[in-house]
Ligand binder design. Structure first.
Ligand SMILES: [Zn+2]
Length: 328
């Protein structure tokens, strides 16, 4: 039996999909159907045949086996997909050490980029101490690969971590970079585009738990925001009991963290036109309540997030009033 067969036998496709939060309902003895993880849809058209160990989507027409699925869903080559599935084929690398170096490199680059500094200014992030504390950096492009390969990290490893693309260019090119830590270790990097590229980008893999959770885990009152620029704005305004979920949908780790002990959570999500931030806040408040955690929804003025609130002249006193007015 070859490596590939052994690997597929060890990790059936259905099991892999379920580990990655795919929910399928059975249709027949070996078949399951659910929403397609490879394209956006509302009606399930993604079929998995557990006996043949293959998938097919009637919506986007994609199909194949486990390796093919990993290739498509993570944008990897065949070899990279194998490596990502099998730690024996690809010896484990100390990914946090490599991410650490990448983050430090980007941090150095920030000082040289007028564009990136200008962007931070526009987003109201100007306190040099805070910028250093959060390890904010910038990816000017073109040099990370050379820098890290010179230190003995292979192209393959950088590629597998998602730091560079197949051509060797920075995945976070022209983005302001925030390292995401879990405990002592950097587990991911978040890049905010300062140009025309889509706004938010993470490296593949886990985002970890709540941002800077260690600092606030013992606080009886915690302000939860959805974005890192919201986080930075509040910290700069003198609020220290802030954490960030990096989006409105909390992963299991993040949710568990909020529920660790009795506390009040101030949900301060964007007040956007389509109401998605407020809907997410409402659902989260409800879920927290079932765990005995008191949740208050902070209502920012229409069209604002915490970042824009401060950028457009809001001050700490005004925000404090919003916290006090927040309703359970
Ligand atoms: Zn599809």
């Amino acid at each position: 039996m070859g490596d590939v067969e052994r690997l597929k036998r060890r990790t059936p496709l259905l099991e892999y999909l379920r580990q990655h939060n795919w929910a399928g309902r059975p249709v027949g003895r070996f078949e399951f159907v659910g929403l397609c993880p490879l394209h956006k849809e509302n009606q399930p058209s993604f079929y998995v045949n557990a006996r043949k160990d293959v998938f097919y989507c009637h919506g986007c027409g994609l199909g194949g086996d486990l390796i093919r699925f990993v290739q498509l869903s993570r944008g990897l080559s065949f070899g990279q997909s194998l490596a990502s599935l099998d730690p024996e084929i690809a010896p484990e690398v100390d990914s946090s050490a490599v991410l650490e170096k990448a983050a430090a490199f980007y941090q150095q680059q920030l000082d040289y980029s007028r564009d990136a500094m200008g962007y931070l200014q526009r987003r109201g992030v100007h306190d040099p101490t805070l910028i250093r504390e959060l390890g904010i950096g910038y990816a000017p492009g073109g040099t990370l690969r050379r820098y890290l390969t010179a230190q003995g990290h292979s192209f393959d490893v950088l590629r597998r971590l998602g730091l560079i693309n197949a051509r060797g260019a920075d995945a976070l090119y022209q983005r302001v970079v925030f390292p995401l830590q879990q405990g002592e270790h950097i587990v991911n990097l978040y890049g905010r585009s300062i140009g025309s590229a889509f706004a938010h980008r993470f490296l593949p893999g886990s985002k970890g738990g709540l941002y800077a959770w260690e600092k606030v885990r013992n606080c009886s009152e915690v302000i939860l925001v959805e974005g890192l620029f919201d986080y930075a704005a509040l910290r700069q305004a003198g609020f220290h009991n802030v954490t960030c979920s990096l989006g409105t949908h909390l992963n299991d780790t993040q949710f568990r963290q909020l529920c660790e002990g009795p506390r009040t959570v101030y949900l301060t999500f964007d007040v956007d036109q389509n109401q998605s931030g407020q809907q997410a806040a409402e659902q989260l408040a409800h879920r927290l309540l079932t765990q005995g955690i008191s949740a208050h929804r902070v209502l920012l003025p229409e069209g604002h997030d915490p970042n824009s609130f401060f950028v457009e002249g809001g001050d700490a006193d005004q925000f404090q009033s919003l916290l006090e007015a927040a309703q359970p």
